[in-house]
Design a protein around this ligand. Structure first.
Ligand code: BGC
Length: 452
């Protein structure tokens, strides 16, 4: 393993973090709760779209026993947990609300607070009610109003127990995977214009949610979680640099730019519609970061703005995946992204960072490098408030089903037994000490092979 480190701190230094720093884990309702019968993902599974044939099933059984994992998070010394509320559960039919489900979420949020864990609640994490999808999802004319109504209801019901809200998880992934690659519902292939239209609508839906939340809870802190891929030109040639920059602008920058400026850049502005109302609608920015891609100019890749993505031999990788979604692991990218987001002048959270790694081959290294990268950002004066590792326990990994294992703890699906991986012990040591010491790194980062 010869991956570079991003930090200016040496390996011999203890890295300490601010007293209020949040050490958390990130989760999502469909991937954890189990039995989300009214979600479009359930319909997608039933239609046979998960290549492995896996289904989420009872997942990590949170709907009945989330508290088991809240105990685990507490034992690990964590003080933060990101979870999402399942729209399809709370509003199984348009305008029909499930009070029992709200009560369960209240119980869960209270359970977190009682354990000294601050919840961050995501309002939309890829899963939509089937009725919403059948109406055209975020392309339906009523979508923004319907989503805002849902958000209003959530704040009314749960606002006493949470004031840290993430409106939408990874609008870029939702639109690219569902409308361009087609591996996710609704399974559209190659619809570049539609993918931008969906992303722009998500930006307006985010802005509407921001308004609704602040109206009901003026002190709320509201942001969204943006997925970042680092697009590095494969060579220094002007064409490679051009296409890497184009992919970066389209994928990474479209949504943040809308929030920052209320506009999209040309040519994406052609598909975007009005974004003025989106300007300034965030109190923090969430960074979800996993991968780096090396980009070469290639005329055959029109749909990817003429950029062909590749990963050099020997690059650190997680476990091999069925559809090759997952690129070169690049924990050092946290610092790059935090720097570029400084222009917002808002607090930043690393709302996701992790790896699918059944045998904990590379996760300890990834955690060490990620934590170093956060620390390097803090040293530069960047306002990073917390780090949420994806994820606490192995969970249902969308199109990959159960074939990708992202947990600090391994999950035995048959028994629901959890077994903490060494990386879980490592992360716990860091969170408990609010520091990364050289002794911890020596103890846990013994991996010599980061490639898959
Ligand atoms: C998503 C998670 C997913 C994780 C690992 C993120 O894009 O928000 O839901 O499980 O990546 O692939």
């Amino acid at each position: 393993m010869d991956a570079e480190t991003s930090s200016t701190a040496t390996a011999a230094e203890t890295l300490t973090f601010p007293a209020e720093f949040r050490w958390g884990v990130a989760t999502a309702s469909y991937q954890y709760e189990g039995d989300c019968e009214n979600s479009q993902w359930r319909a997608w599974e039933q239609a046979g779209h998960i290549k492995s044939g896996d289904v989420a099933g009872i997942a990590c059984d949170w709907w009945r026993h989330a508290e088991r994992d809240f105990d685990l998070a507490q034992q690990l010394g964590l003080n933060a947990l990101r979870l999402s509320v399942e729209w399809s559960r709370l509003e199984p039919r348009p305008g029909e609300w499930d009070e029992t489900a709200f009560a369960r979420y209240r119980e869960m949020l209270q359970g977190l607070r009682a354990r000294g864990i601050e919840p961050m609640v995501t309002l939309h994490h890829f899963s939509d009610p089937i009725w919403f999808e059948e109406r055209g999802g975020f392309l339906a004319p009523s979508a923004i109003d319907v989503f805002a109504r849902f958000v209003g209801r959530v704040i009314e019901e749960l606002g006493d127990h949470c004031d840290l809200w993430c409106t939408i998880n990874e609008p870029n992934v939702y639109s690219v995977a569902g409308y361009l690659i087609g591996e996710w519902p609704p399974g559209h292939h190659g619809e570049v214009r539609t993918a931008f239209a969906v992303q722009a609508t998500l930006a307006r839906a985010h802005a509407a949610a921001y308004g609704v939340i602040h109206q009901q809870q003026p002190h709320a802190r509201v942001g969204w979680a943006q997925n970042y891929n680092i697009f590095a030109p494969a060579t220094n040639s002007p064409l490679d640099r051009l296409v890497a920059g184009a992919q970066d602008a389209a994928y990474n920058d479209f949504f943040p730019r809308a929030v920052l400026t209320g506009r999209a850049v040309f040519p994406f502005s052609i598909f975007a519609g009005g974004l003025r109302a989106v300007r300034g609608t965030c109190d923090f920015v969430g960074i979800n970061i996993y991968y780096r891609e090396h980009v070469s100019f290639d005329l055959r890749y029109g749909q990817e703005l003429f950029g062909r993505r590749s990963r050099p031999d020997g690059a650190p990788r997680g476990d091999t995946s069925a559809n090759d979604f997952f690129g070169e692991l690049y924990p050092q990218g946290i610092l790059d992204v935090a720097r570029r987001l400084a222009v917002f002048g808002k607090p930043l959270y690393v709302t996701e960072h992790g790896v699918g790694d059944q045998n904990d081959r590379v996760r300890p290294w990834l955690i060490e490098q990620g934590v170093r990268s956060v620390h390097a950002a803090l040293r530069e004066g960047l306002d990073v408030r917390g780090y949420y590792h994806w994820s606490l326990v192995d969970n249902f990994e969308w199109a990959e089903g159960w074939q990708q294992r992202f947990g600090l703890a391994a999950l035995d699906l048959a028994t629901q037994e959890r077994t903490l991986r060494p990386s879980g012990h490592f992360y716990s040591a860091i969170a408990s000490a609010n520091a990364l010491t050289p002794a911890m790194a020596r103890q846990f980062v013994t991996t010599t092979s980061t490639t898959s």
